[in-house]
Design a protein. Structure first.
Length: 381
């Protein structure tokens, strides 16, 4: 391993030259089920935590990387500059991100380029792994045992985990006092803010802020893997977002978690995550989207990935909390004339955007026989 110029590197260099390649080598990649989420802003939103005043300022932090095994588990990475010696304050900061109710990470990795420290979130007295950068090849097998997607999947499906027990008990309730399945009777999504977007997209996205989309149905149930799955059919809040969603073929969203039950504790909510992939076909008519000229059509197909998260808790028969989704777009440059590669790549990258808001979903217990056979879970009966 060649020596790195630590003396001239900053925190961004550590993230991009050391940590991002390490995450890729471990098996984590943007837009996959072993997803990487970058520089995620975390806040304890007062209304979500039950405080009466929306005017109180949020407590805000920013996690450098969240590695999310969709529907199963996650861990985070906190980067520092090589000139910054790692301290207990840094451990506490990274721990606050990992234990944040909207993250609930199993592990966190602290790194300043020169040094790596890996902690289990539930025990921060000492790291479970600690080594200098030049020892990374010797520690690689140990990192794979803990941080690879397969390792996290195995850990959460081990004989000692609650999930493994549930797999042998398909009648396990969604929550205490609940059946193993429920019908979504209705609900809403209230868009509260734009997390990330290029300035050129703000006029369209800002139309959704303060407006409600309507949740019109679907189900909550256990999958054959004993994950808790939430299927939602949504009618969006504005014509712009609804037109774009229709263009992308989106009317239903599915999210999952591997927790044994849905939480009824506002301070320890359940985290549902999901991912949707699709393609906006070539020649698709874009005219229905505000700001797009009449008759405009796509010259090439555009693929997209949506990473969705809902963080919530049960209050009687209502699941409520916050949501966030990020949308990424891509185009196969092999279909595009080479002189347009740079321009098109720049526009596709700028199309990335993210919104957050609050939601409520009303649920009603139903017998398993009331679930549609197409869901493929009746074999659990």
């Amino acid at each position: 391993m060649s020596a790195l110029p630590f003396e001239t590197m900053n925190e961004t260099d550590v993230r991009e030259a050391i940590l991002r390649p390490l995450l890729h080598d471990l098996g984590w990649k943007l837009g996959t089920t072993a997803n990487i989420r970058t520089e995620i802003t975390l806040s304890y939103r007062k209304r979500f935590l039950g405080h009466a005043k929306d005017t109180d300022p949020d407590l805000v932090g920013r996690a450098d990387y969240i590695c999310d095994l969709v529907g199963v588990a996650r861990w985070i990475v906190e980067a520092k500059a090589p000139s910054h010696p790692l301290t207990q304050y840094d451990v506490n900061q990274a721990h606050s991100y990992a234990s944040h109710p909207e993250v609930n990470a199993t592990y966190f990795l602290l790194c300043n380029g020169r040094e790596f420290r890996l902690y289990q979130t539930s025990y921060i007295v000492e790291p479970i792994l600690a080594f200098p950068h030049h020892d990374l090849p010797m520690q690689w097998t140990e990192l794979l045992k803990v941080l690879s997607p397969a390792a996290l999947m195995n850990r959460h499906a081990s004989p000692f985990s609650p999930r493994a027990k549930l797999e042998k008990d398909p009648g396990s309730a969604l929550a205490p006092g609940w059946a193993p399945q429920a019908r979504v009777m209705g609900g809403w999504l209230l868009f509260k803010g734009v997390v990330e977007a290029d300035a050129s997209k703000m006029s369209i996205l800002s139309q959704a802020i303060g407006r409600r989309g309507t949740i019109v149905g679907e189900y909550a149930y256990r999958t054959l893997q004993s994950h808790i799955r939430l299927d939602l059919q949504v009618v969006h809040a504005t014509t712009a977002i609804d037109e774009l969603s229709n263009l992308m073929g989106l009317s239903q969203y599915s999210l999952e978690c591997a927790d044994p039950t849905v939480s009824d504790d506002v301070l320890h909510p359940t985290i549902f995550t999901g991912q949707i992939k699709g393609i906006i076909p070539e020649t698709a008519d874009l005219s229905g989207i505000p700001g797009v000229p009449q008759g405009a059509r796509l010259p090439w197909p555009i693929s997209f990935v949506i990473d969705a998260r809902a963080v919530g808790f049960l209050n009687n028969h209502t699941l409520k909390g916050t949501f966030e989704y990020q949308v990424y777009y891509d185009v196969d440059l092999r279909l595009v004339p080479e002189p347009m590669h740079e321009m098109l790549g720049r526009h596709v990258a700028l199309a990335k955007h993210s919104l957050w808001g609050e939601f409520e979903v009303q649920l009603m217990n139903i017998p398993r026989s009331a679930l549609p056979a197409a869901l493929g879970v009746l074999a659990q009966s």
